[in-house]
Design a protein around this ligand. Structure first.
Ligand SMILES: CC(=O)N[C@H]1[C@@H](OP(=O)(O)O)O[C@H](CO)[C@@H](O)[C@@H]1O
Ligand SMILES: [Mg+2]
Length: 550
């Protein structure tokens, strides 16, 4: 192919017309909206993925069809770059541009411009691998995506129904196949083997691990968790809950990681299952977020979120680098966002370098790459650990001088295999957490007591135009609307241990308010005062002002 296959594109594009009056945007998590609205977007994303692959010399590009923790009727799509990472930021704009071309002819014009501006060599091969979660709208959207691949003559591999992290893994495994950096066998089976083999080595010789309850959010995580349980055998008994992937309306409904984190409550479906002291965790709808929790002896709920996971894991890795005699050569660092609980930031920054970045996995991931070992987690439970290429090299060539050093070194090497380094991965993170708990002989109680969470509250404010809100300092301060930050500062000063910030959401048409304070009632009050301030500041209709805003 030396020029665009215009006829093939035209013929298929006409079957996926874009309705007028809708505007699509490739945001923090790709395109995401009601599933039935996405048909034209899928077709165009199929074409774009093929072009991205050609631009990168035929490297395989991933396409994941999912709306993660969103309600079941939603769906979405995002692209994965060759190393298993999120799509390069500059291409987000190209994706948005193609998705919004109003007609087939306009689409062709946009494509021609893209090919020319980015100097895409159309004679290169196009290779893609794609998958979807369990949403009912998935199959039709996949068909539309496949039309996009077909129009471009792409070599397309269907990975079926699987989790987002497996798709990221596959992309990296395919692109490193047969090289010295091979990431593992390029199959779901290869993924399960890699994780479970490393896990078994890491917990060998430790006391029996008590059963773990997993809330699968009635999503695709249920399928993978069941396969994983088979690979793990009796090294860790998994009790799978919320596995109703075929029940309409069940996905993410009163269950899953987002429900638990947002409502700070046990999923009601687990109340008769979970025994006091027993650990449980929730995955989200595409199994890339993880939240742990337990009930204490009085039946009180305790949440162990992404910040707690980061604290647990980072301290363990630091100890291993010390025991291996590598602590002067390998520096461990943490990456958080403004949503990290103030308690966690204090605890971590007394021990390690901590960087705060804007919301969104790509920001965390890139910042974590600057450390020898970078631990990043969003408070909502999305995160992973990155080992730099130099660190991996050091681990593979280092000569330990004592048996203790050798043991610690092996643990570090096995950790690099149990951890999915391409992206946050609920099942991989779960195994990682279980390794640390087993090594530390911790139950949820000891883990929880690493530091105390400050009471906090997240509130959404619906405004006419969220783009009025602009931030700086990793989203911790507002620069626009002018003057609002000063009012906020004045308010926050009145609360002991108070902290609050306001930012426009990247995934929903709202402005988010986060507040924390030393005591619960004060955190709530501060959040609702800030929400009220924001609402009034941008001229919100007094008749529609939510009654809880102060
Ligand atoms: C407060 C919060 O949880 N925000 C989430 C949410 O982003 P917003 O930009 O806040 O809508 O979705 C993102 C994508 O899943 C995730 O990265 C982020 O952490
Ligand atoms: Mg998700």
């Amino acid at each position: 192919m030396t020029s665009l296959p215009v006829d093939a594109i035209k013929a298929l594009a006409d079957q996926h017309p874009k309705p007028p009056n809708v505007v699509f945007q490739y945001g923090t998590a790709g395109f995401r909206t009601l599933g039935h609205a996405l048909d034209p977007v899928m077709f165009r994303v199929g074409i774009l993925a093929a072009l991205r692959s050609k631009r990168l010399d035929g490297k395989t590009i991933g396409v994941m069809v999912t709306a993660s923790h969103n309600p079941e009727p939603d769906n979405g799509v995002k692209l994965v770059d060759p190393r298993g990472e999120m799509l390069e930021a500059a291409w987000e704009a190209h994706a948005t541009n193609l998705a919004n071309a109003p007609t087939t002819d306009a689409l062709i014009v946009a494509l021609e411009a893209l090919v020319q501006n980015l100097r895409i060599d159309l004679s290169k091969p196009a290779r893609v691998v794609y998958a979807r979660d369990t949403r009912p709208s998935g199959p039709a959207l996949i068909a539309s995506l496949e039309d996009g691949f077909k129009a471009m003559g792409a070599e397309a591999r269907n990975a079926g129904v699987t989790t987002t992290p497996v798709l990221h893994y596959l992309v990296k495994a395919i692109n490193t196949k047969g090289t010295k950096d091979s990431y593992g066998d390029d199959s779901e089976e290869g993924y399960l083997q890699k994780l479970s083999t490393a896990f078994k080595k890491l917990v060998a010789g430790k006391p029996a691990i008590p059963p773990l309850v997993i809330d699968c959010a009635n999503g695709v995580g249920a399928i993978l968790a069941e396969k994983l349980a088979k690979h793990l055998g009796d090294t860790i008994p998994l009790i799978l809950q919320n596995t109703a992937i075929d029940t309409l309306g069940a996905l993410n409904n009163a269950c899953g990681a987002d429900y638990v984190k947002t409502s700070q409550k046990l999923p009601p479906s687990l109340s008769s299952v979970l025994k006091p002291g027993q650990r449980a965790c929730s995955l989200d709808g595409d199994a890339d977020r993880l939240i742990y929790y337990y009930l204490d002896d009085r039946g009180q709920f305790h949440m162990l979120d992404g910040d707690k996971i980061a604290a647990l894991v980072a301290a363990f890795i630091v100890d291993l680098t010390k025991s291996a005699g590598l602590d002067d050569q390998i520096q461990v660092g943490i990456v958080q966002t403004a949503y990290a609980n103030g308690g966690s930031t204090k605890y971590l920054s007394e021990r390690l370098p901590v960087k705060c970045v804007p919301t969104g996995v790509k920001h965390l991931h890139h910042a974590a790459e600057h450390y020898d070992i970078g631990v990043y987690f969003e408070a909502n439970g999305h995160g992973t650990v990155l080992f730099s290429p130099d660190t991996l090299e050091k681990l593979s060539t280092y000569q330990p001088s004592t048996p203790a050093q050798s043991t610690a070194l092996n643990h570090l090497i096995n950790l690099t295999n149990v951890i999915n380094q391409t992206v946050g991965d609920a099942l991989s993170d779960m195994l990682l957490v279980e390794v640390v708990l087993a090594h530390r002989s911790y139950t949820g109680v000891e883990w929880d007591s690493l530091y105390v969470d400050l009471p906090n509250r997240l509130v959404k404010v619906v405004v006419a135009d969220r783009n009025l809100f602009k931030t700086e300092d990793a989203e911790r301060r507002l620069v626009s609307p002018p003057g609002l930050q000063a009012k906020l500062d004045e308010l926050v000063r009145r609360y002991e241990g108070g902290r609050a910030f306001v930012r426009p959401s990247g995934t929903e048409d709202v402005v988010r308010v986060y507040a924390e304070a030393a005591v619960r009632a004060q955190a709530d009050e501060l959040a609702f005062r800030v929400a009220g301030l924001v609402y009034d500041e941008v001229g919100g209709d007094p008749a529609k002002r939510p009654s809880e805003f102060l």
